[in-house]
Each structure stands twice: as structure tokens, then as C-alpha cells.
Design a protein around this ligand. Sequence first.
Ligand SMILES: Nc1ncnc2c1ncn2[C@@H]1O[C@H](COP(=O)(O)OP(=O)(O)OP(=O)(O)O)[C@@H](O)[C@H]1O
Ligand SMILES: [Zn+2]
Ligand SMILES: [Zn+2]
Length: 802
Amino acid sequence: MNIAQVIVDVPAKQVNQTFDYIIPQHFQGVLSEGMRVIVPFGPRKIMGFVIGKTDQSNFTRLKEIEEILDLTPVLTKELIQLGKWVSNQTLSFYITAYQAMLPQALKATYKKELVRSTEEQISKELEFLFANKKRIPYERLVNSPITYTVVQKAIQNGEIYVDYLVKSKGAKKAITMVKPGKEEHQLMEGFHNLSKTATKQRAILQYFINHPSEIDQASLLRKFKTSHNTIKSLTDKQLLHVYKKEVYRNPYNDDNFKSTEPLSLTKQQQQAIKPIKEFIHNQEQGVFVLHGVTGSGKTEIYLQAIQDVLQKGQEAIVLVPEISLTPQMVKRFKGRFGSNVAVFHSALSVGEKYDEWRKIFRKEVQVVVGARSAVFAPFENLGIIIIDEEHETSYKQEDQPRYHARDVAIERSNYHKCPVVLGSATPTLETYARAQKGVYDLAVLDKRTNNKPMPSVEIIDMRKELHAGNRTMFSRTLKNKMETAMDKNEQIVLLLNRRGFSTFVMCRDCGHVNECPHCDIALTYHKSSNQLKCHYCSYEERMPLTCPSCESELIRYFGTGTERVEESLTKLIPHARIIRMDVDTTRRKGSHERLLGKFSNQEADILLGTQMIAKGLDFENVTLVGVLAADSMLHLPDFRSSEKTFQLLTQVSGRAGRHELPGEVIIQTYTPDHYTVQLASQYDYKRFFNMEMKIRRQFQYPPYVFLTLITVSHPVHAVAIKVTQQIVQFLSQIIERNTTLLGPTPSPIMRLKNRYRYQCMIKYKREPNLKEKLERVVRPFEDQILKEDLQIIIDTNPYQFM
Ligand SMILES: Nc1ncnc2c1ncn2[C@@H]1O[C@H](COP(=O)(O)OP(=O)(O)OP(=O)(O)O)[C@@H](O)[C@H]1O
Ligand SMILES: [Zn+2]
Ligand SMILES: [Zn+2]
């Protein structure tokens, strides 16, 4: 087996295959599948993954592997297979799939350098450029006045050459440590030999005589208020030894978590966990839907199931949505399993993520809690995969590879023969339908663990408020209830359901709306900076004083951003202490935690925020939840808009009355009779499911059919249309008779970042070889994609339709 099959780091259709390389003698015992290597590719050197080894190649004149980047494979055998599967499922390149499975730190970076290969005199310009160095960065040449002809000639004469370097991004963190370099009696001897005036050296040596163990250099220097020189004098005498020690960055200080014991389960919890435990015990694959109302103790079930898995010596993956990966959540897992838990969170730095990954890689932890990509954790003996809030759309990656973590989890569970648990108070229709059909097992928790009823919900018709002359965005009922709650020192959560509308600027005279010059979308007004921003391409401009179209001065902003709500709330209840949480106030690292911490310490009465406050939060003192504009996303061009609204209303209602104090919910809406609002207020998931399924059947949407969305974009309008037309035409010839083809239609946001976007949708029940058909459809455009900035995005499980 002296030939390696390598997937190279070039995401392009033409190289989406393995390439054969000879494994040189000195690597033969060492190199194995799953390792990263450096290989020559054309004139360059690039990174690649070895995914197979063989004795024979169909190609002659193979090149040799240049270097090995790992001594232990970073991809397990299972993950190599899984990467192929992901790439096939999502129609993405192998290299893209493999890279999505690994921490960013393991991605390669490339550097070009100019190297001098002769001691002889070279041309004056080049001598100057090299300035006595043997190697210089290529950029120095690019930024110099030297012509390429001069360089080319020097290369032809063999005076210099271009070298391509490949590096791993990942930096292990190392700190400098100091320890005694000799036995105690020798240190004593050294101490006596030191000059009386070398007080610092004496003090430090005395310290090591008393504490003969290692200490990090920084603390040592601090302790003795001295410099490196003191230590150097001692190491020169070999009395001390200085060395580097690799450490993990520790974003979560494990000592801060109070350890918790398993709770004794309620009857319902016991019933729910029993079959899961059996599957764990029998090493059986199966998918469990844990349908439990908010506060019903789903998390405790996860914890106790994991405990069984750990006792068997196996490992567990827990996926939670990005925004509910709060310190509260981490605390619950670390509280139970201590430092046996790695945490994957997008707020971690590249280095921190790499460290968490290495804990798994080196088998130092058995549990990982993390957002979507944690589903690829390189465990080799998985005993359970849990997906909390399984309905969350953030489990779908909206970039290549467009995988859904749920599908990956199920694929992995087949390999490991272990259960998957999908937990939610509002499962997706797809998941619940499968549970009803018996494809998945269903466990139900319909009571809260505190045995309190779900908080009562009152729907407020905002049209009536308007008729009664209330022009604020707070109904009279909500205002009164907020004041009552504050009088009792209780706390309030206010959700502004903002998706789908924001604060835009309009001229009252001519109706002109300020739009982004690159996208077909209104600009959003940001009060704090007095700027208009595009939320899609980050274009920004100052808020104009007059209308750009008619020069009227009556240009105003409309809509309800969180900033405006905060402002009018302050006017309405001047003594309210408000914490606002939205993308603007939580951008900085740690600010999310800080704001929640403040609210939890009751330093504020009202937590006002967007979607990000709806999930997972558990505050004892919250008795009132208000939803402003509950219906704002009901009318988006997305067949899941009702489902998403139902999920959001249920989630946010679940934040009230979770402990001793009873809770209350106020939903403000302009469509009080909509079945989504009505059924959410009654916590009637079953009826909502049935209603919504009827509609899905009538209009032929998932779960009755499967969808594939093709989006074509190009800077030239006519090209985008034409290509989409051609695709539709071609597709219509090869798809099944019962399959529906919609389009070409302009995407809901037709122009984005100066690209025109058209789409077509395939709705099908059975479409054999669809992936292959899609590839065939795109093939004629490959040249245009490469050379003309044409983009064709195929999503075989779309969640975004804008
Ligand atoms: N068996 C039990 N006995 C007593 N208390 C319990 C039990 N199980 C869970 N709890 C407590 O009940 C509360 C709600 O439980 P948990 O947060 O697990 O519910 P959940 O279903 O995950 O809620 P949500 O979906 O709203 O996040 C927690 O404070 C938890 O500690
Ligand atoms: Zn105007
Ligand atoms: Zn824009």
C-alpha cells in the first residue's frame, strides 16, 4: 500500500475526486487514512486529506507526498465515510464537506516565498530586494518596482525560485514553565555559591528549594517582581530549567460549576426515559421524539440518559441551538459531568474551539455540548446523540455543505447503533409526522415539573387599541400588567418579534423609501449612529435630512425596532429599568452573558429583546411575558411561517411561571383570529399540527412532498433569467411526470449584493436519481460558473426562501 488517495484543498468541480500520490519510504509506516498531508499540485503545494491507500494506480508518473501534517488521523474511518455521504447529500465538494467537520484551526493557510538559491552575485534589484536574506515573502516582490521579467530571468538562471508553504492555522497554546534543574542538595550548594548581592536570584532559588515543583514563569516573575534576566542567570548555571508546556485555553472555568446530583424523575419522565435507556443498553439504533411542554424536564432526561451512556464507557453529543447555548445551559451539563464536557460555541475564538475539539480527539472528555457543527465531534464510541429544540432552523447550515444536523445525527447513529433523541415543545411537522407514522418513537411530557399549569395567555387585538385612541405599541392591558408586576418586584420579558420587519425610512410627501443601492431591500434605521444600514450587504449611509427624491423635509422612520420600543417604553413607564437584547447590544463577546446576568440579579425589571430571548432562559422571578407584534412573520413568503410563529409563541410563553410564582402571557396582534395565534395561546400543539398538515397537503408542501430549490444569480439581469429558464427547460425533460416544477421566478429579494437572483423549485414525492439529474443540469454551465461569475445554488432541503 504505497499509494495514497488524496482529496486536495481545491474546491472546484474539476478536482472533486481523489488524486493518487506515492507514499515515500520514510512515511510508509507512519501515514494512514484520515491524516492531512502536503502534496504538490500543479506548480503549488497544497493541503489534502488522505482518505484511502492502495497498491495500484491507473495513472503513471505519480508525484510524491511532500509532508505529513498530522501524526494521528484527524478524520476517523467513520468521518471519512460520513464526509462522502454529506457531500453526496448536499451536492457539495468533498473537500468542503471534510473541512466543515473539522475546527477552523486545522484549515491550511498558504504562503508564497522567494528563495535565493545561489551565493553568487544576482542582479542589483534582486540583491536589494533580498537585503541579505535567503527567503523573503512573495508580497515583497509584488509591492516592489521590480518587473516580473527580471524575476523570470533569475528563475530561469537558477538563481532564485518560488516556494509554496502550507501551514496549519491552528496554534496550540504554550506557556513557559520553570522548575528546578537539579536535586535539592545541589540547589543548596548553588545557593551558597551565589553572590550576596544577587538578592533576587537568591530569593528565587530559595523558593524552589522550598517548593521543588514547576510553576509558570509569568507568575514567578510577578511573585518576585523581577525580570527574565534573573531567571536566565539561574538557568545558565543549570540550577533552573525553563521549558514550554502546552495548555488548553479554558473559556469555561470548570471550578465555577456547582456539582449537581440526578433528580428523582417524575412518573412521566420515567416513562419517557425508559425506552431510551433500553436502546442505550442494547446498543440499538432508533430515533425518539421527546415532545415535552416548556419546563417539563426534558433536560433532566438528557442528563440521566447521558449518565447511562458514560457508565457504559461510551460518549454523548448534545446539540443545542446557538442562541440557547447560554452559561445557564453549560452550567447544567458541567454541573452534572464536570470537566468531562467539551463545549462548542461560535463565540469561542478559533484557538479555543481547537482546544475543545482536541479534548474530544484525545479522548479526554466523553460529552460535547454544542451548536450545529458539534454533530461532527470525532468520538469513536457514541452512545447517544441528543438534539434539543429540534425544530430550530439553525440546525440547517445555509452555506456549503448545506447539511441538516438532524440528518447527520441519524446517519451517525446508524453507524454507532445508538439512539437519537429529538426534544422539543413544538417539533417540526416533518418530525412529528414521522413519529405519528411510527418511523420515530414518541415520548410525551405534557406537565410541568413544578406541577403548575402553563401560564394563562391573553390575546389582545391591537386594532381595537387603535380605535380606542391608543397609538402606542403597548396595549392598555399590557401596560397595567407590567406596572402591577413591577409593584410586586416581579420581572417581565418582552419579545419583539422582529423578523420580517424593521425600522425603515419613508418620505411622507412622496412615499419614497430609502433602499440599499445593491439589494432590493429597504435600509434599516439605526438610531444610535443615526445611520441607515443594509442588513444583507452591510452597506451604510447617514440618515438624510431631506428626501432624496422630492427634497421634502418630512422624511421619517417607521416600523418598530427594539431601540424604538425601548424609547417608547421609557416614556410609558419612566421608572422601569430595561435591558435591551438584540444584535446591536450583544455583538461584543461576553455581552450576552453579562446582560442575562444582570437580569438574573434583578438589576432590571424588563428584559426586552428579539428572538434571542425566547429560548431556554429560566428566571425564577419572571411572571409576565409580553409579545409585541406576534403576527409580524405570519405573512412572509415562506410556507413555514405559521409553524415558526407557533414555535416562537410557545417558546416565549414558556419563560413565565417556571418556578413558584404563577405566570401570565400577553400576546398583542393584528390578526387575533388566526389559527396559529389562537392555538398557540391554548398550547394546543396537536390541533395546530393537524390544521397545518391539512394546509401543507392542500398546497403540496413538506412533509407531503420533498423540495429542492435552485437559485441562480448573476450581475447581469438577463443572464440570470436566461440561465434559470434553460435549467427549467432541461429539468422538465428529465423529471418524473408527477413532479412539479415551479419557476423561473424572481427570488423574493431579487437583487442582493448587486446580483440578480432567480429561482426554480422542484416539488416531488419520488424522484429517483435526483442528485445525478441535478448535476447533469448544472454541467453545461460549469464554464460560465468558473469564468463569468455565474452562481447556481442547489439546496435539496431548503429552509430559506428569500
Ligand atoms: N424530576 C424532577 N424533579 C424536580 N425538578 C425537576 C425534575 N426534572 C426537572 N426539574 C426541574 O424543572 C425545571 C424545568 O426543567 P427543564 O429545564 O429540564 O425543562 P425543559 O423541558 O428542558 O424546559 P424548556 O424546554 O422550557 O427549556 C428545571 O428547573 C429542572 O431543574
Ligand atoms: Zn419625498
Ligand atoms: Zn445591501
